[in-house]
Design a protein around this ligand. Structure first.
Ligand SMILES: [Zn+2]
Length: 454
């Protein structure tokens, strides 16, 4: 299992980098082969308008429950490369760690499912459920073709429930299942001034400076209390009641560890909320990048011609991504710096997800995890966003449980990403039990759709 995973991790399937398109395809083909080898009689590469996905199917007996498993095979870009202690696509095993880009996010979870099927077939010659595996190739770049993919293959993706494996747990001895995800909106802002860079001696003080204009625009997005200043931003937010805040407080979240892993000197955020609440049940607005002017060594005395920035928001129930996209766009344009041209484009948007805790598949997954970890998993809302989950819940009308084995300090999206082999092995055992649990539910597994989504 680990050898196969290492071979797969050598393929740099970075979906955001057009130069890696052939590698993303190679990753898909590798996975289709691996799925066939694991015991999926049907495994194929599905074309999309962008990078390919992989579909694999094992129909054991049409009368059994059918589960759709979602994961992704593309990975994040690797920069800054200089911060990696070993090359991102040359996996190394150090103690219990396997280090490589894509290790924890998300190839480990796919590997876990393949191994669980192998295990069932090796021991009993059959799987207790029918499985349809859909592994996307564009999750890390916003899943631009995923909704279309679901629509064009709706019949082949039919299932009773969905298991999403692109999330993690709270700690090695703090198992968790995710029952909620934040939504996401992403903008690109452009501020342009002179037709070309100008000499700051000849023109300084006479024309507006795009970098200063952008800086002022971004600085105005938050108040001193850490709250987003965009009018209407919080209007639809479903405030957690005392009961939910108590449940949140009971989640074993270790702030010093969290901050230590972040490597950031202090916890900062919206006033009136704990760090854990800020990253799960509160919405956020962040700058992800800014560029413009001279950034080389030494001095170059110019007034830059333009400045660009990327912004992202994380949304919670019941915020509507379309509404937030427009509110922020309008806010930025209304405050556009004088003497400059400002434009705002919405690059992507994804809905939040919130699943009912008492759904049979959530409870089945909780039993499977408890059997392996020796304690009941916490049912948590996650700070991240997985737009395809909302698409699966809405387009296919499926209840979703989010079961993945990454750990918070596995450096998702960061240099030196890793997985912990012990987590992977436990995950395989839990996945094996999960199919037993879901199989045992029989028709009771079909209990309506996945709560509310935006
Ligand atoms: Zn992921």
């Amino acid at each position: 299992m680990v050898e196969q995973l290492v071979a797969w991790l050598r393929i740099p399937s970075i979906s955001a980098d057009p130069e890696r398109a052939a590698d993303v395809r190679r990753s898909a083909e590798f996975l289709a082969d691996a799925a066939r080898g694991a015991g999926f009689p049907r495994a194929e590469v599905w074309e999309t308008g962008g990078h390919p996905a992989v579909f694999a199917e094992r129909i054991e007996d049409p009368s059994l429950p059918t589960v759709l498993v979602y994961a992704h095979h593309d990975v994040q870009p690797v920069d800054p490369l200089s911060e990696w202690t070993s090359p991102p696509f040359e996996p190394v095993i150090v103690g219990d760690e396997l280090r490589a880009r894509g290790a924890v996010d998300d190839k480990q979870n796919v590997c876990m499912h393949l191994q669980a099927v192998r295990a069932h077939l090796a021991v009993g010659g059959r799987t207790p459920v029918n499985l349809r595996l859909l592994v996307e190739g564009e999750e890390e770049s916003g899943s631009p073709h995923f909704d279309d993919l679901l629509r064009s293959h709706r019949a082949e993706l039919a299932a009773d429930v969905a298991v999403i494996s692109d999330t993690g747990m709270l700690g090695p001895e703090a198992p968790a299942l995710t029952i909620g995800l934040r939504g996401l909106v992403y903008w690109e802002v452009a501020v342009s001034g002179p037709a070309h860079d100008l000499h700051s001696g000849l023109y300084g003080g006479t024309v507006a400076n795009p970098v200063l204009g952008m800086a002022a625009l971004l600085a105005g997005l938050h108040g001193a209390d850490g709250r987003v200043t965009v009018a209407g931003f919080y209007d639809a937010v479903r405030e957690p009641g005392p009961e939910e805040r108590a449940a949140i407080a009971a989640v074993p979240f270790d702030e010093p560890t969290f901050m230590g892993e972040a490597g950031s000197p202090a916890a900062v955020g919206e006033a009136g909320w704990t760090t854990y609440e800020r990253r799960t049940v509160r919405p956020t607005l962040d700058a992800c990048g800014i560029w413009g002017g001279y950034a080389g060594s030494g001095a170059k005395t110019i007034i830059p011609a333009r400045c660009g920035a990327k912004l992202s928001a994380r949304l919670v129930p019941d915020q509507d991504p379309d509404v937030i996209a427009e509110l922020v766009r309008r806010h930025l344009l209304e405050r556009a710096p004088a003497g400059l041209a400002t434009s705002v484009a919405v690059l992507s948007r994804g809905r939040w997800v919130s699943a009912p805790t008492d759904h049979p598949v959530v409870q089945a997954a909780a039993r499977a995890v408890a059997a392996v970890w020796g304690r009941r998993p916490s049912l948590v809302r996650e700070g991240g966003s997985i737009p395809p989950v909302a698409a699966i819940a809405e387009e296919l009308g499926l209840a979703c449980v989010l079961f993945g084995v990454g750990l918070p300090d596995d450096r998702f999206h960061a240099p030196n990403e890793r997985l912990r082999l012990e987590q992977l092995h436990r995950g395989v055992r839990a996945a094996v039990r999960l199919w037993d649990e879901v199989g045992a539910l029989g028709p009771a597994v079909r209990q309506g759709a996945n709560g509310r989504t935006a």
